[in-house]
Write a protein that binds this ligand. Structure first.
Ligand code: NDP
Length: 331
């Protein structure tokens, strides 16, 4: 039985990763920031094959040393933990350092205390592959693209800080492998904006994780059309993101950046999916006048055909939105 370590196990994406691992009979050691979060996950998973260790702060030197010393049975390490929020006080302390130093800390601990670990997967983002001023005239984003941000630019606002955090953390991971020649091979998983249901209904709270809150807000805001934000982005369902993490260590693929993107997404598409897929929402949410699809035309192009060849079909936006909304409405 293979034992897989999942950092940030209580996160939105990580809970799906852990759930899929348990469903496939892996043993899982998850790191969480508090016993309350670990206990909740243990209760939701309801299996002896899951245990947790507390890692309160990714950027603390040697953050993963104790957890890895305690679990010599771990042979796969999935590093998903990283701050994904914009309501921060200090860009360097709250975004850049936990992401970059957290990644270096994880890999250094594995090299020192987990020499038996043969596969590592780091969760990055398509933002680490996207150009700062990219638009539809830019070259298509592929598995080989890198964001052209600088550390200085990352300090200018929290969005730029998040972009820098993902770009420099992923670069640090590849640099580590090049410099340190560790016993493990590395793949990274780069999701675009991730939607879809929480792994467990217990995850439905007043405010959800950054990406899921988009649909939660539509359901909470009522029918007022003026509350519809103008979001233009790409989309992937969380269950496909989790599947990519499993593929990234189960397959023979190595040194690969999985670019997990399904389709374009804007709030009008979400409204269309909800109004069509859940008739009871009629009159309770906006219909949208179609004007907020314009921004999609300027989005950079994406060519993730290599990733699609490896992973096959992705869940469509309509199903993802309806599944998320039904979970929220039924909780
Ligand atoms: P969540 O916020 O739900 O999960 C992040 C996890 O990391 C949580 O378990 C969180 O713990 C932990 N974490 C954050 N900061 C620290 C820290 N300083 N020290 C220790 N643990 C920390 O976000 P997602 O599941 O959405 O994101 C998971 C990964 O996927 C991240 O790497 C994110 O950048 C990436 N990603 C997400 C996308 C999305 O749309 N959701 C898109 C592209 C990439 P706690 O909650 O207890 O603070």
């Amino acid at each position: 039985m293979t034992t897989v370590f999942v950092s940030g196990a209580s996160g939105f994406i990580a809970q799906h990763v852990v759930k899929q691992l348990i469903e496939k009979d892996y043993k899982v050691v998850g790191s969480v920031r508090s016993a309350a979060k670990g206990d909740q996950l243990k209760q939701d998973l309801d299996t002896p094959n899951f245990q947790y260790e507390i890692v309160e702060e990714l950027s603390a030197p040697g953050a993963f040393d104790q957890a890895l010393k305690k679990h010599p049975e771990v042979t796969v390490f999935l590093h998903t933990a990283s701050p994904f929020r914009f309501d921060i006080e200090d860009i360097e302390r709250d975004l850049l350092k936990p992401a970059i130093d957290g990644t270096k800390n994880a890999l250094s601990s594995i090299k020192k205390y987990g020499p038996q670990v043969s596969k590592v997967v780091v969760t990055t983002s398509d933002i680490a592959m996207s150009y700062v001023n990219g638009d539809s005239s830019s070259p298509a984003i592929t598995e080989d693209s890198w964001c052209d941000t600088t550390y200085e630019e990352s300090l200018t606002n929290s969005f730029a800080g998040y972009r820098g955090s993902k770009t420099f953390a992923e670069k640090a991971a590849w640099e580590f492998v090049k410099q340190e020649n560790p016993n493990f091979t590395l793949n990274t998983v780069a999701p675009t904006l991730v939607l879809g249901p929480q792994a467990f209904a217990s995850g439905i709270r007043g405010t959800l994780n950054t990406s899921s809150e988009i649909i939660n807000a539509v359901l909470k805001n009522g029918p007022d059309e003026s509350t519809v934000p103008d979001i233009n982005a790409n989309f992937i369902d969380v269950r496909d993101v989790a599947r990519a993490h499993l593929h990234a260590f189960e397959s023979d693929v190595k040194n690969f950046r999985y670019l997990v993107v399904q389709s374009q997404f804007c709030l009008q598409y979400v409204l269309d999916a909800l109004n069509k897929g859940i008739p009871s929402l009629k009159g309770k949410i906006p219909v949208g006048d179609g004007s907020k699809t314009e921004g999609l035309k300027s989005l950079p192009k994406v060519d993730n055909s290599r990733t699609r060849n490896l992973l096959g079909e992705f869940i469509p936006l309509e199903q993802s939105v309806v599944d998320s909304a039904n979970q929220i409405l039924n909780s």
